[in-house]
Design a protein around this ligand. Structure first.
Ligand SMILES: Nc1ncnc2c1ncn2[C@@H]1O[C@H](COP(=O)(O)OP(=O)(O)OP(=O)(O)O)[C@@H](O)[C@H]1O
Ligand SMILES: [Mg+2]
Length: 314
């Protein structure tokens, strides 16, 4: 699969040069038959090759510019979506929160009152389930709206990871998941809003755990990286050996409310909220996956430019 793509890319990027070389070969054969002077043949051949190389260069740079434009547009669309969601989120969530609280409390009372009637108790239980799900969505929306502003400080990433993984300890143990940590030493501090980055890490850990129904390995690696404009970054790679994400779904995972999980608490907001937080930190996030093998999420957060005094990071 990878080989096919590489070969196609190769032909796309160098097609004109290959055509030019073939033209030279054909020309050479005809020319040899008519036996012209060697220098003329060599000069024409060189001209055809140079023409091929220049034209291919032009086409490649135009193609690169178009790809870059498309990427920027996709990013803009994503940012717009999040901004629009942010502005309606607060209003809607606020309006819906109080009526929902009354429904949840009321159904709790009804469930107790109807416990002798199996059919009605079941109806009440289903209403309660749906109301709790709606309540979770509202809470996530309110959280999302509140997180618009970030308060940054400079802090080490490793202690934050250690502290956050403890919050999902229960789920990790229940599924017999092995956690592997590999922290680079001497990393610079990160310019971040720790409570919001904690939220991002929880989302990533939970996604990894939820993807490994049969257990597996949750691995967390840190290291230095370089962003665009040579901005120094601290990279955190969270990977799992879970079910993976099919290619057609990979485009959608950052969309608000996109979820493939049919559970009470899953709103499909985890990754879009996380992306919003990382964008506000001027960081980067990339997700790579292979169905049946697992998923890698790589986040890059701005590193402090102040040199770390001494010693490893942890
Ligand atoms: N590590 C992963 N492995 C497999 N699929 C994943 C992984 N991370 C995300 N996904 C896919 O992306 C979808 C969106 O993820 P996201 O975290 O935004 O929402 P969610 O996990 O479904 O719901 P919530 O985060 O609200 O609990 C998931 O439903 C799942 O299909
Ligand atoms: Mg999630």
């Amino acid at each position: 699969m990878t080989k096919k793509i590489t070969l196609r890319r190769h032909i796309e990027n160098n097609g004109l040069i290959l055509i030019a070389l073939m033209m030279v070969l054909i020309f050479w054969v005809f020319d040899t038959l008519s036996s012209g002077p060697f220098l003329t043949r060599a000069a024409i051949a060189a001209l055809v090759i140079i023409y091929g190389i220049f034209t291919q260069g032009l086409i490649n740079s135009r193609k690169q510019a178009l790809e870059e434009k498309e990427r920027t547009q996709q990013q803009l669309i994503q940012t717009e979506k999040l901004a629009a969601l942010g502005s309606v989120a607060a209003g809607v969530a606020h309006e819906v929160k109080n009526p929902l609280a009354i429904i949840v409390q009321g159904v709790e009372y009804l469930k107790k009152a109807l416990q002798d009637d199996a059919l009605l108790a079941d109806v009440a239980a289903r209403i309660e389930k749906s109301a709790i799900r709606a309540d979770n969505i509202v809470k996530a929306l309110l959280g999302f709206a509140r997180q618009i502003a970030i308060k940054t400080e400079e802090a080490d990433i490793a202690p934050l990871i250690d502290e956050t993984i403890l919050l999902v300890d229960h789920q990790i143990n229940r599924k017999h998941i092995r956690v592997e940590k590999q922290y680079a030493s001497g990393l610079p501090q990160v310019v971040m809003d720790s409570s919001q980055i904690r939220q991002v890490l929880i989302n990533l850990f939970m996604n990894a755990i939820e993807a490994m129904s049969e257990g597996g390995v949750l691995s967390i690696r840190t290291g230095p990286a370089m962003g665009e404009d040579s901005q120094p970054l601290v990279q955190v790679v969270v990977s799992d050996t879970g079910e993976g994400i099919p290619e057609d779904r990979l485009q959608k995972v950052f969309d608000p409310f996109f979820t493939t999980k049919d559970k009470l608490g899953n709103t499909g907001l985890g990754l879009s909220i996380s992306k919003g937080i990382i964008d506000r930190h001027q960081g980067t996030v990339v997700i790579e996956s292979e169905t049946g093998r697992g998923t890698f999420v790589t986040i890059g957060l701005p590193a402090s430019r102040i040199e770390k005094s001494a010693g490893p990071n942890q």
